[in-house]
Design a protein around this ligand. Structure first.
Ligand code: ADE
Ligand code: ZN
Length: 348
């Protein structure tokens, strides 16, 4: 195996200091083993692992399902409003260090309500952390409620009902969990109802699932963005559609390698997605499980793929703002800050 050339230190500095938005982060996937153990102690929850190191050692995944089994088990320590607040606050502090100025957080209410935790406890804890991130870190954020696609349409409708009294706290809905065998059209009626309610929509598609799932996320669920979407390159007509309409893809390179969508980062198709004119962005997915937050995703991906340049870094950061659900005036301000960050670090 050839040794990768080290990432140019100026490009690394630019990647780490440029302002950016994170659009694909499952907040439960930011739960670090140390916090899992602290919350287990605080709540008197027994864990099937003797130590933080033993838990971390279990993070050897072979595919999406093998990850999800451990991810849902980790979330079992979340019981009180403060637990949800503390988890999201820890994420926001990490995000601030990575120059994230705007974050759109996925949360999985069914993972908690199915254990008897009220929906209100989940969303009020998260919303409090979002308000604190704005006040203390200057980070803008939004919440996106994800339906678990391995559960039924009926369960998704029940979750929507529970969520509606808290409508002011979330801007849209998403679709996550086990992709294969659970196509977007399973949730056609739920997403139609969400659209009537004025909610925005996104969906995981084309992570492990085929390009047909991306087509149906667009044509049946009418999503504004595709989460992952990396398998779109298998279907040239789909690439054409995504490019012409400018549908953003929230790509998560470290996740894709940990879940074996690509063998290594050097095999990742991010350069090809950009070359095809797609609005790709870089995100962390479940950073506590996949070995890094957003800057680690940028740095490791650029190090592994030397064809990615300063210009690509700019495009990816700009795409993150363009693809966000933030108001136009915020987007314009962040893009100006992005230009300033690049002007402050001219090419050699
Ligand atoms: N839930 C958390 N991370 C996920 C992923 N990468 N794909 C599907 N569902 C998820
Ligand atoms: Zn995801």
């Amino acid at each position: 195996m050839s040794t990768p050339t080290p990432l140019d230190h100026r490009l690394r500095a630019l990647l780490c200091t440029m302002p950016k938005a994170e659009l694909h982060i499952h907040i439960e996937g930011s739960l670090e083993p140390e916090l899992i153990f602290a919350l287990a102690r605080r709540n008197g929850v027994a864990l099937p692992y003797a130590s933080v190191d033993a838990l971390r050692a279990a993070y050897a995944f072979t595919d999406l399902q093998s990850f999800l089994d451990i991810y849902y088990a980790g979330a079992s320590v979340l019981l009180k409003e403060d637990d949800f607040h503390d988890m999201a606050w820890a994420y926001f502090q990490r995000a601030a260090a990575d120059r994230v100025v705007h974050a759109e957080l996925f949360f999985d209410p069914q993972t908690h309500t199915d254990r008897g935790v009220p929906f209100a406890v989940v969303i009020q804890g998260l919303a409090r952390a979002c308000a604190r991130a704005r006040a203390e870190l200057g980070i803008s954020s939004r919440l996106i409620l994800c339906f678990l696609r391995h559960l039924s349409e009926e369960a998704a409708f029940a979750t929507l009902e529970q969520a509606l009294p808290f409508r002011q706290h979330f801007i849209g809905v998403g679709l996550d969990s086990s992709e294969r065998g659970h196509p977007p059209e399973k949730f056609a009626r739920v997403f139609a109802r969400c659209r009537e309610l004025g909610l925005l929509a996104v969906a995981h598609a084309g992570e492990e699932g085929p390009p047909a799932y991306i087509w149906n996320a667009l044509d049946v669920l009418h999503v504004q963005r595709i989460d992952h979407g990396v398998r779109c390159l298998e279907d040239p007509a789909l690439v054409q559609r995504l490019a012409v309409v400018g549908v953003p893809l929230t790509v998560c390179p470290l996740s894709n390698v940990k879940l074996r969508v690509f063998k290594t980062l050097a095999d990742h198709n991010l350069p090809a997605l950009l070359a095809a004119g797609l609005c790709a962005t870089v995100n962390s997915d479940d950073p506590a499980y996949f070995g890094g937050y957003i800057n680690e995703n940028f740095v490791q991906t650029f190090a592994a793929l030397p064809q990615l340049t300063r210009q690509h870094a700019y495009t990816l950061a700009r795409n993150s703002f363009k693809a966000s659900f933030a108001p136009p005036e915020d987007k314009a301000r962040w893009m100006t800050a992005l230009d300033a960050a690049f002007a402050a670090r001219p090419p050699a």
